[in-house]
Design a protein around this ligand. Sequence first.
Ligand code: ZN
Length: 219
Amino acid sequence: MRCGECNAKIRPPSELEAVVMRCNYCGHEQPVPDLAQRRAAIAERERLALEKQKHAHSSRERDLDRREARRSRRWTWVISLLSMLIAPVIISITIFDLPARLGFGSSGAGRLEQIQAQLASTGCTVLEPLDSEWTDGNVSRLINVDHQCIRALAAGGGGHHTLGLKLFGADGKQLAEVTDTIDPQLAYCSKTKQVLRYEIAVSPASKGRLSHLVLACPK
Ligand SMILES: [Zn+2]
């Protein structure tokens, strides 16, 4: 490239934005010869910069999305773990009646204690002490009796609305019976020393805690 004035050898400026070039010898200014290419190069450079920026933006967006997805996955995991833990708790409470089996909740013992106190005032004494247990079926107990009158009592907690009581002799014969009531009481006077068996009848499909007690009472 040569200067149009002094014909000295000059080099076009390296920066793309330059539109004129100046001669170092005479100071003559003339347009750069490759203006169109320079403009194209500038446009290309801007296009690339814009693309790069767009790319950075979308990758940042993708990063956020990924982080959010990870967070929601973590939440899903926590929730499924919780439900996995909650399910057995619900099942153990509703189906296996676990709290009652472990001894929580009413067993009817409070009512039996009151009845025992009432009967003690009439001279009754304890033959078999108050006992509570969880059951979903009939309860059977043996009692040793002398020539005396006895009273067997039963009471249920929330799981048992009504209970029945039956008393059997050693020969298997039924000696007394009280059909389903809330707090059944059964009285029997034995003429000899013998072993009797009493059975607490639980209503079908009932389950829960119940209490029982046997007293010896004056005739
Ligand atoms: Zn020149």
